[in-house]
Ligand binder design. Structure first.
Ligand SMILES: Nc1ncnc2c1ncn2[C@@H]1O[C@H](COP(=O)(O)OP(=O)(O)OP(=O)(O)O)[C@@H](O)[C@H]1O
Length: 406
């Protein structure tokens, strides 16, 4: 801050008793001139001070306005990494920038290392995020014991065999791999059209091996949890190691592992970071114990080949739409609990449903049941299946969604 200029000295009048009246008059005149000069200087300084005060008032107003905006503007998400005597080290999500920042005593008392916090533009910690708003809980679906079995999956015998070999065997028979001296496949990639049973396959292996099933959807990572993708991927593997044996299932992996594009927008950079984190987790995977990783995609063509290298997703399993025998089996599975009339011919329905996925066949069975209910019957007849098929084909033409099916 600039120092205020010093005040001019007060003029002094020195009258000598020996002075002649003329000399006294002269001295008084000089004194009068000095007073006028000092008065002018003081007036000038007073005016300067008034201007300065006005400037400062304007500055305060502006700062107050900025402060208000800061208080109401968005906050960034960070993790409190370390609590030190000099302050708190926070790491901002997204760009991983680490800063030492101060925290108000009221927040400091309840803050622990590892907490997710909201920080403002000046990196000051504004609040500690509630664990309920924690993205980790929202982004991952954890199922201690999924109830899907291999018997619930129709028409994928070959795929089930491959998944058992690549995922189940290394989990239940790890010693066998050690004895032979080979590494089991690190990751298995299931690829094929939507609704063909990829998620079911992953859940069934988890069930069969008594492993925890942990699912994360790639699309949600990039859409819902912007800036947190890489951290969530790290958390995913951490959680799996806490809950092993575990099956990590990454659905829609294409959302985070698409081929690199030329553009360098921040969104792309963020997706890249998420993918790099996934690759590094997979590369350090050998010593992770009883964790297996399965990913799924409907867009195999879009994948960055880097994720298919040995030691990463090196076992590819195609999960296509079911053939006629597969469709019949899927219809049998999904009508098992239904009260079917004698005339129902599932084989005939299987022949008529070429191109339908497992999920669509599941909806077909539900829709058929709905037609029976509409007709106030408790038995489902062949005509209900035909009506349901017609409805599903129409829905497909108009683009509306088939009945949601568990
Ligand atoms: N092969 C199948 N056998 C029995 N049911 C199936 C089969 N495929 C799909 N379904 C039914 O469709 C539903 C959805 O299947 P699932 O979620 O496993 O498909 P997905 O391949 O993972 O789909 P997406 O690619 O859209 O994620 C299942 O809950 C099940 O009811």
């Amino acid at each position: 801050m600039s120092r205020s200029p010093s005040l001019p000295e007060r003029p002094r009048l020195d009258l000598d008793p020996d002075m002649t009246p003329e000399e006294r008059l002269e001295a008084l005149r000089d004194h009068f001139e000095d007073i006028v000069r000092v008065n002018e200087q003081l007036t000038e300084q007073l005016n300067d001070a008034r201007d300065r005060r006005q400037d400062l008032t304007d500055e305060v107003d502006q700062l107050e306005r900025e402060n208000e905006t800061l208080k109401t503007s968005s906050l960034y998400i960070a993790t409190a990494e370390e609590l030190t005597d000099d302050g708190v080290v926070v790491k901002q999500h997204g760009n991983n920038q680490e800063v030492l920042t101060e925290v108000s005593p009221s927040i400091r008392d309840s803050l622990e290392a590892g907490d997710r916090v909201a920080i403002n533009d000046s990196f000051s910690v504004k609040e500690i995020l509630d664990p309920e708003t924690d993205a980790r809980a929202q982004a991952m679906q954890v199922d201690g014991s999924p109830d899907v079995t291999y018997d619930d999956i129709g028409g994928l015998e070959e795929q089930i065999r491959e998944v058992r070999e690549a995922v189940e065997e290394p989990l239940v028979n790890a010693q066998q791999f050690r004895d032979v001296g080979i590494e089991p496949p690190s990751g298995v990639l299931l690829h094929g059209p939507p609704g063909t049973g990829k998620t079911m396959l992953a859940k069934a292996v988890a069930n069969e091996t008594d492993a925890t099933f942990i699912k994360m959807a790639g699309s949600e990572l990039v859409r819902k949890f912007i800036g947190e993708g890489a951290r969530l991927v790290r958390d995913l593997f951490e959680l799996a190691s806490e809950r092993q044996p575990a099956i990590i299932f990454i659905d829609e992996i294409d959302a985070i592992a698409a081929k690199r594009t030329e553009s360098k927008t921040s969104g792309d950079a963020e997706v890249q970071r998420t993918m790099m984190q996934l690759l590094s987790e997979m590369d350090g995977f050998d010593d992770r114990g009883e964790i297996r990783i399965i990913a799924a995609t409907n867009r195999f063509d879009m994948l960055d080949r880097a994720i298919l290298r040995p030691g990463r997703f090196d076992r590819l399993i195609e999960v296509p739409n079911p053939d006629v025998a597969g469709r019949e089996r899927i219809l049998e599975i999904h009508t098992e609990e239904m009260n079917l009339s004698e005339d129902v011919d599932l084989r005939a329905m299987a022949r008529e449903t070429d191109g339908l996925s497992g999920a669509e066949l599941a909806s077909l069975a539900t829709e058929a049941g709905m037609f029976a209910i509409r007709d106030q019957r408790t038995t489902v007849e062949q005509r209900d299946f035909r009506d349901a098929l017609e409805k599903i084909s129409q829905d497909e033409e108009t683009g509306s969604q088939p009945v949601a099916f568990a």
